[in-house]
Design a protein around this ligand. Structure first.
Ligand SMILES: Cc1ncc(COP(=O)(O)O)c(C=O)c1O
Length: 438
């Protein structure tokens, strides 16, 4: 049996299987502008990320400047912070080395630590959980909404205890969770709201980019992301004191913008990454518009196929970041064809898809926390023994069995490419009876 694909390997592979036109143009431009032969033998180049001569020039400029880091006097990190904050309508941005370190920076700046509870969704990348446990706070899972795959905001209040310090919802797939309800709840219960917007650059809630509805938002520029420098991250906020605390936390000892908490780390973005991000931002909006159009086409087509339910957008969403295109697959409507065989049949038709996340809240990594000696000492053996029960998420358990994803590069093709995806799904349904027997 083939090993299950991790989300990142899937996105990498899905990217390589996607449209090749832009790659050809980028590759041609690259060949024309970079004379020396590569030092390593050419390997197949995936179609994500995409780059142009502008990216090459930006990287070479940093190289030749000799200023490769923010601490060696480089100006690119600051330039990226200014550009990203402006594009996302935020007052402040602190660039970090990854989305995980953006979360760690934000949690560190907020003083989240041992004894604090943090509410998170189960339908997310493990990094959301890891950022909480790296701070020795206690993650508490709140179930998903089956229609949107987002945290079910109606269930959050019941999970709040006197120890709850932070709501950390995720805009999964780049689509906003219910920010109105969560912000209202956070204000009412005097709890901080921080958005894990790692998949959500350009996503909008009621016409405004995500990331500043609560104290701030954390973003990732890791290799699969719609805006990428291979790795990278950022915290956005409208709050000056929080921005200062984030800045100091991510580069301790170099600045004194906020009262010290005695904690911090080096989570700085490099000048190379920043230069690439500024340059990549030139194509961000055009790509996003293409994803918007193709996602709408996909939804219109797939929604007509019995057994396929595209993930809905939370009312209030005015734009998804479309990092993933997700839907639920009902095998009963496909003559009992198991999801794995449905995905294999799509792959054979040239349409790479994934079964997405497994259940984070019941996975071995999360369950191990109950036995972690530090956690047993901080929270008590009884609390940790009962913690797993508290984390039950029955809706999510079903969702992870039904979910199917397309990566974001599947949304960068032509109208015809997108129609072919719908046709491939419809064709698998027509042949489902035979495929189920095979
Ligand atoms: C929802 C979510 N949170 C956090 C992260 C962590 O970001 P990074 O991989 O840049 O550390 C990711 C990255 O995939 C993510 O998807």
């Amino acid at each position: 049996m083939p090993a299950p694909l991790s989300r990142r390997r899937f996105l990498g592979r899905a990217a390589s299987a996607g449209a090749g036109l832009c790659l050809t143009a980028a590759a041609a431009e690259k060949a024309a502008s970079v004379a020396p032969a590569p030092a390593v033998p050419a390997a197949p180049v995936p179609d994500w990320p995409r780059w142009t001569g502008s990216d090459e020039r930006a990287l070479l400029d940093v190289l030749r400047s000799g200023r490769w880091g923010r601490t060696s006097g480089g100006a690119r990190v600051k330039a990226f912070e200014t550009a990203f904050a402006a594009r996302m309508q935020a007052k402040h941005c602190v660039a970090t080395s990854s989305g995980t370190t953006a979360l760690l920076t934000a949690l560190g700046a907020l003083g989240i630590g041992p004894g604090d509870e943090v509410i998170i969704p189960p339908y997310t990348f493990v990094a959301t959980f890891n950022a909480v446990t790296a701070s020795f706070a206690l993650p508490v899972f709140v179930d998903s909404d089956a229609a949107t795959f987002q945290i079910d905001a109606t269930k959050v209040a019941a999970a709040i205890t006197p120890a709850t310090r932070l709501l950390l919802p995720v805009h999964i797939a780049g689509s906003p969770c219910d920010l109105d309800r969560l912000a209202a709840l956070a204000a009412e219960r005097k709890i901080t709201l921080l958005e894990d917007a790692c998949q959500a650059p350009l996503a909008e809630w009621r016409g405004r980019p995500v990331g500043t509805r609560g104290i701030g938002g954390c973003f990732s520029f890791q290799a699969s992301k719609n805006l990428t420098a291979g790795e990278g991250g950022a915290v956005l906020t409208d709050d000056q004191a929080f921005a200062d605390a984030c800045y100091d936390f991510h580069t301790p000892g170099n600045a004194k913008r906020s009262p010290s908490s005695g904690r911090g780390a080096n989570f700085r973005l490099t000048e190379f990454q920043a230069a690439l991000l500024v340059s990549q931002m030139e194509t961000l909006e055009a790509q996003a518009k293409l994803r918007d159009a193709n996602a709408a086409l996909l939804t219109a087509g797939l929604a007509q196929i019995p057994g396929i339910k595209p993930a809905g957008l939370t009312p209030g969403t005015t734009r998804s970041g479309w990092h993933l295109y997700m839907f639920r697959y009902d095998a009963a409507q496909f003559a009992g064809l198991p999801r794995a065989k449905f995905i294999a049949a799509l792959a054979k038709a040239g349409v790479a898809a994934s079964s997405g996340y497994t259940a984070l809240n019941t996975g071995a990594h999360v369950k191990a926390l109950a036995a972690n000696p530090h956690y047993r000492r901080i929270y008590g053996a009884d609390t940790m023994a009962r913690w797993a029960e508290r984390n039950a998420c029955p809706v999510n358990d079903r969702l992870v069995e039904e979910a199917v994803w397309f990566g974001q590069t599947k949304l960068l093709g032509s109208r015809a490419d997108t129609e072919k995806i719908v046709a491939a799904v419809a064709d698998v349904r027509r042949r489902a009876g035979d495929l189920a027997k095979a």
